[in-house]
Each structure stands twice: as structure tokens, then as C-alpha cells.
Write a protein that binds this ligand. Structure first.
Ligand code: HEM
Ligand SMILES: *[C@@H]1O[C@H](CO)[C@@H](O)[C@H](O)[C@H]1NC(C)=O
Ligand SMILES: *[C@@H]1O[C@H](CO)[C@@H](O)[C@H](O)[C@H]1NC(C)=O
Ligand SMILES: *[C@@H]1O[C@H](CO)[C@@H](O)[C@H](O)[C@H]1NC(C)=O
Ligand SMILES: *[C@@H]1O[C@H](CO)[C@@H](O)[C@H](O)[C@H]1NC(C)=O
Ligand SMILES: *[C@@H]1O[C@H](CO)[C@@H](O)[C@H](O)[C@H]1NC(C)=O
Ligand SMILES: *[C@@H]1O[C@H](CO)[C@@H](O)[C@H](O)[C@H]1NC(C)=O
Ligand SMILES: *[C@@H]1O[C@H](CO)[C@@H](O)[C@H](O)[C@H]1NC(C)=O
Ligand SMILES: *[C@@H]1O[C@H](CO)[C@@H](O)[C@H](O)[C@H]1NC(C)=O
Length: 340
């Protein structure tokens, strides 16, 4: 465009030359500004898969190796690590707040209602963090560790992979009250699930795909007791089979598989169970009840593993993008349990 104007000017009048020169330098200034603004915005608020590629090239392989070793030692830990990332992100963003122990200035999130006697995996996180600190002291955040460990767990258990966006930093505080109110309880109905996820900028599709995480892992009796004794939207034989290890009272911590068929394999059987009214949690079955807005998606995922995997991977990226601390916000914790 500039060239064209220039040629036209040359062909016409000499005095035009100056005008073109001014215009060209204005363009360059504008261009320079845009490039600067672009890089500034890019590095300021956004996460990127390449964040550690020069800062700590071994970071991703360290996390992956340790996750695989931890799952080989105990199959359930993959599910527990995936859930930790969820419980981190839903409480004031993905900032590793869930990992902080109580201090004199705040009560941590570990004893919040959705977490107490329930979330696990802290020792594995400590172990991975120690390896990262040895390789690259003060570089890799605990929040990024959780995002990577969640992905590596899903992959190792047979699920989809995705490029984890990185560059999160760690919070210097935690909030038990926010954990109590932001993480949805298993008694939630479909409308509260939808609004709870919408509050995190996650769609109905994200909700249904992410709930597919319940294709792995376990739940305590206390999380599904009222469902197996009191509800009609449950397969009767399935309910009965669970009552043996989950009595009307007591044994709150007895465990049952969230996916009754393949609890250590990341597949789409969770959705097939819902079609047969065999969801373990009330909140699971709310996604498919015959008239719910989520029914269509459940049917698609039950029919098509590829669609589930594709949407799950996208939804995990969306969840991982919830309000990260970046740039100079927060800190890189040395010990994931404590503020530096
Ligand atoms: C949609 C709303 C959700 C509700 C109401 C919910 C609720 C629950 C409950 C009650 C348990 C069992 C806890 C216990 O009894 O100790 C559980 C386990 C689990 N949840 Fe969810 N969850 C939801 C979404 C998610 C999401 C989005 C993820 C991951 C992205 C996830 C991953 C898991 C995993 C992997 C387990 C098993 C953990 C283990 O075995 O240690 N959940 N969930
Ligand atoms: C292996 O898993 C068990 C639980 O089954 C746990 O107590 C132990 O600490 C784990 N060991 C390692 C090295 O992770
Ligand atoms: C967490 O669980 C422990 C052990 O069951 C219990 O003693 C404690 O009261 C619980 N904490 C909260 C805040 O509910
Ligand atoms: C959060 O829930 C726990 C366990 O139900 C309760 O003991 C505690 O008072 C609640 N904490 C806050 C700050 O809301
Ligand atoms: C869903 O649950 C919320 C919160 O418990 C309640 O206010 C609402 O009335 C329920 N909606 C339906 C349709 O049952
Ligand atoms: C949701 O998106 C809005 C608009 O982009 C943003 O201001 C807000 O912080 C986001 N909320 C969460 C929880 O990510
Ligand atoms: C079943 O529902 C009744 C009436 O709401 C309630 O009193 C009872 O505690 C519930 N039972 C279980 C196991 O949740
Ligand atoms: C299914 O969910 C919809 C939407 O919340 C609700 O209106 C309907 O009553 C539920 N149907 C059954 C059979 O529970
Ligand atoms: C999945 O959907 C396709 C096309 O709609 C259909 O032909 C096929 O039978 C379905 N498969 C299963 C396992 O339901």
C-alpha cells in the first residue's frame, strides 16, 4: 500500500514525497506500538504452553515421570490429583490455594466442607515439588504443577491429552469460606450446577464434559447415602448393591467407585452409566434425567468417546484459565504447603 502511494507520488508531483514520508513514519510508529502492546498483553495476562521451555526445560518431564510413578504405586492417586486441580481452580482461581496448610493468619481450604476427609494427594505434590526445586529452584509454581499433574494423570489412565497452558503463580493466602461456597456439593440440581459453572465462565458443555472426570476415582458413603436410600431416579439393583457397604448410618468414609464399571480407566462409561440411571452422585444423575438440558450432551458422549475426549480437553484448558495470578502477582512457593 505504501509502495503504491509512493510510486503514484513519484509519477506525479515532487512535493508529494514529503507527505508520503510522514505517512510512512506514522505507520511505522503505529506498527511498533501494536507490536509492543501485543507482546506486553501476551506476557502479562496469558498462560502459554512454552512458559518453562527455557526457564526449566525438564519441568514437564519431571512432573510426568513422578505422576506415572505415583499411579503405579496407587492407581487412585491419578483421580485425586485431577480433583485437586478442580478444587484449586474453583476457589479464587488456579493459584494453588488448596495446597496451603492453616496458619495463624488464615484457615486453609483443606478442612472446608467439600475437602475435609476427602481431597488427597498432598504428599505426591510435595514429592514432585521437591524434584522441581532441585532441578530449577524457585521457578515452577505449585499451581502449574497441579495443572500438569491433572493432565498427566488423565493421559496415563487412558484419557485425552492437551497442551497445558503455563505461567500461573501461587497465592499467598487461602479461603475456607470461598471453598465452602464455590465448590458445588453432590446434592446440587442441574440448575445450580449450571449457575455454579457459569460463575467460573464455564459453559453447560464444560460442565457435562468435566463431570466425565467421575469416570475415575472414588466417593465416600456420606456423598451418596441419601441418593441410594431416598431417590427414585436410580436403578434399584444398583442402589441395593451399594447399601451393603453404605449403611443408613455410620461408615461415612466407606468408598464406592464413581464409575461402577472401570474406575481406574479414563473412558466414557460414566455417561453410559447415566443413561442406565446408575450415576453414583445425585449431581451426576442430574445431567441425565430425561428432560434436562444436559441430556443431549450425555447421549453424545455415551455414544462417542472421541467427542467426549475432545470436549474434555478443551474444558480442562478453560478450567485451567480461571483467574490465574501472572506476571508479578503472587509468588513461586518453595514449599507448596507454605507461603515463602
Ligand atoms: C459438577 C460438579 C461436581 C460435583 C458435585 C463433584 C462432587 C464430587 C464428590 C462428592 C466426590 C467424592 C468425594 C468424597 O466422597 O470424598 C468427587 C470425586 C471426584 N471428583 Fe468430582 N465433582 C464435580 C466435578 C468434578 C470436576 C469438574 C472434576 C475434575 C475436573 C472432578 C473430579 C473428581 C474426581 C477425579 C474424583 C475422585 C477423587 C478420588 O478418588 O480421590 N469432579 N466429586
Ligand atoms: C504408595 O501408596 C500408598 C497408599 O496406597 C501410600 O501410603 C504411600 O505413601 C505411597 N508411596 C509412595 C512412594 O508414593
Ligand atoms: C474434619 O474432619 C475431622 C475428622 O473427621 C473432624 O474432626 C473435623 O471436625 C472436621 N473439620 C471440619 C471443619 O468439619
Ligand atoms: C466451612 O465449612 C466447614 C465444614 O462444614 C465449617 O466448619 C466452617 O465453619 C465453614 N467455614 C467458613 C469460613 O465458612
Ligand atoms: C435447585 O437447588 C437450588 C439450591 O439448593 C434451589 O434453590 C432450587 O430451588 C433448586 N431448583 C430446582 C428446579 O429444584
Ligand atoms: C469471567 O469473565 C469475565 C469477563 O472476561 C472476567 O472479568 C471474570 O474475571 C471471569 N471470571 C472468572 C471466574 O474467570
Ligand atoms: C431420606 O429422606 C427423609 C425425608 O426427607 C430424611 O428424613 C432421611 O434422613 C433421608 N434418608 C437418608 C439416608 O438420607
Ligand atoms: C429433570 O430435570 C428438569 C430440569 O431441571 C426438571 O424440570 C425435571 O423435573 C426433572 N425430571 C425428573 C424426572 O426428575
Ligand atoms: C452412535 O451414533 C451413531 C450415529 O448417530 C449410531 O449409528 C450408532 O449406533 C451409535 N452408537 C452407539 C454405540 O450408540
Amino acid at each position: 500500500m505504501q509502495c503504491l502511494l509512493y510510486i503514484i507520488c513519484l509519477l506525479r508531483l515532487a512535493y508529494c514525497k514529503r507527505e508520503v514520508f510522514n505517512m510512512a513514519s506514522n505507520y511505522s510508529l503505529l506498527l511498533l506500538f501494536l507490536v509492543f502492546a501485543g507482546t506486553f498483553l501476551e506476557t502479562k495476562g496469558k498462560l502459554t504452553p512454552k512458559f518453562y521451555s527455557s526457564k526449566c526445560p525438564k519441568a514437564l518431564s519431571i512432573v510426568q515421570e513422578e505422576v506415572v510413578a505415583a499411579i503405579k504405586n496407587e492407581t487412585r492417586i491419578g483421580a485425586s490429583l485431577l480433583r485437586l486441580h478442580f478444587h484449586d481452580c474453583f476457589v479464587n482461581g488456579c493459584d494453588a490455594s488448596v495446597l496451603l496448610d492453616d496458619t495463624s493468619s488464615f484457615v486453609g481450604e483443606k478442612t472446608a466442607a467439600p475437602n475435609n476427609n476427602s481431597i488427597r494427594g498432598f504428599e505426591v505434590v510435595d514429592h514432585i515439588k521437591a524434584k522441581l526445586e532441585k532441578a530449577c529452584p524457585g521457578v515452577v509454581s505449585c499451581a502449574d504443577l497441579l495443572a500438569l499433574a491433572a493432565r498427566d494423570s488423565v493421559v496415563y489412565l487412558g484419557g485425552p491429552s492437551w497442551k497445558v497452558r503455563l505461567g500461573r503463580r501461587d497465592s499467598t493466602t487461602a479461603s475456607r469460606s470461598a471453598a465452602n461456597t464455590s465448590i458445588p456439593p453432590p446434592t446440587s440440581n442441574i440448575s445450580s450446577l449450571i449457575s455454579n459453572f457459569a460463575a467460573q465462565n464455564l459453559s453447560l458443555r464444560d460442565l457435562v464434559a468435566l463431570s466425565g472426570s467421575h469416570t475415575i476415582g472414588l466417593a465416600r458413603c456420606t456423598s451418596f447415602r441419601s441418593r441410594i436410600y431416598n431417590e427414585s431416579t436410580i436403578d434399584a439393583a444398583f442402589a441395593k448393591s451399594l447399601q451393603g457397604s453404605c449403611p443408613l448410618s455410620g461408615n461415612d468414609d466407606n468408598l464406592a467407585n464413581l464409575d461402577l464399571q472401570t474406575p481406574t480407566h479414563f473412558d466414557n462409561l460414566y455417561y453410559k452409566n447415566l443413561l442406565k440411571v446408575k450415576g453414583l452422585l445425585h449431581s451426576d444423575q442430574e445431567l441425565f434425567n430425561g428432560t434436562s438440558s444436559a441430556d443431549k450432551l450425555v447421549k453424545i458422549y455415551a455414544n462417542n468417546t472421541f467427542a467426549f475426549f475432545k470436549h474434555f480437553a478443551k474444558a480442562m484448558i478453560n478450567m485451567g484459565n480461571i483467574e490465574p495470578l501472572t506476571g508479578s502477582q503472587g509468588e513461586i512457593r518453595t514449599n507448596c504447603r507454605k507461603v515463602n
